[in-house]
Write a protein that binds this ligand. Structure first.
Ligand code: PMV
Length: 323
């Protein structure tokens, strides 16, 4: 065992089932090809030394016994809480030096803090044990985001750990890699949203109208199952229809926006087989299903409608060891 490890993990975009997945329903998620990297070196002293310059953290040092306590800088929180979970489950003799760096902007809603928890856990496991167990990484990361007070489903963590296209049920009750790789195109609205705030707004609506939200969530579940089956058969038309239906239901949950609709309609009118918002809604990104023949036309239409095409691969590889 080398006691030093470098790993990387991708960001994510939810493909279907956004919001309903918070309430125990399934969803599909794709890993996106912009990555976060973490290097872990085991130390003799029982301290955490952290450098995460992309999120404004340099020269951060804390005794391992105090992880999670006191004032934690925002940029250090997900790493610190993840390592606290790791050490509680797998006691180590000394400490750890951690360095993270990111290829992707925190503004797109690709799940950068989830990816950093997954990445650091993967690197710690590789350095301390010489191998990575994705399921254990997911479970520890999910516990650590709950420690941080998140009410999220954990879907971002599963995508970063496993990669590809995944069928996922809340809290990792199911994490099923699908072999399909549908051709997605991503458009960014330019509007940054806070996922926690929008999840709380939908929760308030669910409390006020439980039967309505339950009915919508059940319909979303049937679309996720329909899209999963279509993906396995390579039936892009049905997959795209499921995305379009899902967009209507997300609108009815109250998480649409004018800007998202402009990009979604532009994509459909230029020949996308399906288009919908991705994630919390009200901003961040939309995702379209586009055959290679229509890709350039749909990309131009999204740009003409005021969006920014983020031209990166989807269904990307999950957590992996780097040299
Ligand atoms: O806003 P994003 O891209 O981080 O996605 C959030 C997805 C939700 O379903 C709205 C919340 C969740 O935790 O699953």
């Amino acid at each position: 065992m080398s006691h030093v490890a470098a790993v990387s993990a991708p960001g994510k975009l939810v493909v279907l089932g956004d919001h309903a997945v918070v309430y125990g329903h399934p969803a599909l998620v794709t890993a996106v090809g912009q990555r976060l990297r973490a290097e872990v070196t085991l130390l003799d002293d029982p301290v955490l030394e952290l450098d995460a310059p992309d999120v404004g953290v340099t020269g951060y040092r804390k005794p391992l016994a105090q992880l999670g306590e006191g004032d934690i800088p925002k940029g250090a929180k997900s790493v610190e809480l993840a390592l606290r979970r790791f050490i509680a489950a797998h006691p180590i003799k000394g400490g750890m030096r951690v360095r993270t760096s990111s290829e992707f902007s925190a503004s797109f809603g690709f799940g950068s803090s989830g990816a950093s928890a997954v990445c650091v856990l993967g690197a710690a496991m590789q350095a301390a044990e010489g191998a990575i167990d994705r399921r254990r990484v997911f479970d520890l990361a999910y516990q650590s985001v709950k420690d941080a007070g998140s009410s999220g489903s954990g879907i971002d963590l599963a995508a970063s750990a496993y990669g590809g296209l995944l069928y996922f049920v809340t809290g990792g009750k199911a994490i099923e890699p699908l072999t399909a790789a549908p051709p997605f195109l991503i458009g960014y609205t330019g509007v940054k949203v806070d996922t926690g705030t929008i999840v709380a707004e939908v929760k308030a609506r669910a409390d006020a109208y439980p039967a309505v939200i339950d009915g919508i969530s059940r319909q979303i579940t049937s679309l996720v199952e329909m899209a999963k089956a279509a993906a396995m058969k390579g039936d892009l038309r049905v997959f795209g229809d499921a995305m379009n239906f899902n967009q209507g239901l997300l609108e009815s949950l109250g998480v649409g926006s004018t800007k998202l609709s402009q990009l979604i309609f532009a994509a459909r009118e230029a020949g996308a087989l399906g288009a919908k918002l991705s994630g919390a809604g009200k901003g961040d990104c939309m995702i379209a299903l586009v055959t290679p023949e229509r890709r350039a036309a749909v990309a131009s239409a999204i740009t003409a409608a005021g969006g920014t095409v983020i031209d990166i691969p989807c269904n990307a590889e999950g957590l992996r060891v780097e040299s």
